[in-house]
Ligand binder design. Structure first.
Ligand code: ADP
Ligand code: ADP
Ligand code: ZN
Length: 217
């Protein structure tokens, strides 16, 4: 196809960034890069990075910028990212966004679109408490809105679906506070750069996706 798109997904935890990022990645044949997925893979494999990240994630806090930036820059330096990528869950702080900008600048490159999936806090609680994730491949479902074919079983790989530790109600409130404090300022940051696009994330999954495709094309 020869198109190269670099996309950032913004939005609260549970807004549907991951769901949409996967659809975008499939449609345009670009990698979907989720820092949360990278951390969870490291936790599962018992790496030192995983152990450190887990201590923050379980509390609903952000993993420190230095650690997060390093894994993200390593990932986007890989060959498959030459054709573009969709970043899901990065950047989550202004310093992370600034480092990404600086690195892209060095390559005379830039982010093309920052897409804010807008969902009010009231809806977020229900999205996150109903989210179920595959223990093996990371696919996500919702017990009410996006059901797997067989309850508790992943459509993609047949493994078990679980409630993430950090999706328990005790942690969700903290994550929303952290979002408003540290991540929401990125909406203005990308707005000022003129690449911010907002979609109404309360619509059905497919309607949100159509709105995004319209923006991209
Ligand atoms: P969600 O999809 O619900 O927003 P993620 O899977 O993106 O959750 O992230 C899970 C957790 O991983 C976050 O709560 C945070 O602790 C950590 N994390 C992921 N991405 C970042 C990031 N860019 N900076 C700091 N911490 C991050
Ligand atoms: P994020 O990556 O922003 O944390 P997810 O993509 O994991 O969010 O979605 C959070 C939860 O909401 C999941 O259970 C997912 O299946 C569900 N979900 C995603 N998009 C929609 C939508 N448009 N309508 C209803 N539920 C959705
Ligand atoms: Zn699976």
């Amino acid at each position: 196809m020869g198109i190269c798109m670099k996309i950032i997904m913004l939005g609260a935890p549970g807004a549907g960034k991951g769901t949409q990022a996967k659809l975008i990645a499939d449609k345009y044949g670009i990698p979907h890069i989720s820092t949360g997925d990278i951390f969870r893979a490291n936790i599962k494999n018992g790496t030192a990075l995983g152990m450190e990240a887990k201590s923050y994630m379980d509390q609903g806090l952000l993993v420190p910028d230095e650690l997060t930036v390093k894994i993200l820059l390593d990932r986007v330096a890989q060959e498959d990212c030459k054709k573009g990528y969709v970043l899901d869950g990065f950047p989550r702080t202004i310093p992370q966004a600034e480092v990404l900008d600086k690195e892209l600048d060095k390559l005379h490159d830039q982010i093309d679109h920052a897409i804010d999936v807008d969902v009010p806090d009231e809806n977020i609680i229900k999205r996150m408490s109903g989210r179920r994730a595959c223990v093996s491949c990371g696919a996500t479902y919702h017990i009410e809105y996006i059901k797997p074919q067989r309850e508790g079983v992943c459509d993609e790989c047949g493994q078990e679906l679980v409630l993430r530790d950090d999706d328990r109600p005790e942690t969700v409130g903290r994550r929303l506070d952290v979002y408003h404090e540290q991540t929401q300022p990125l909406i203005d940051f990308y707005g000022q750069k003129g690449i911010l696009k907002t979609v109404d994330g309360t619509q059905d999954m497919q309607d949100v996706f159509h709105a995004i495709v319209k923006i991209l094309e």
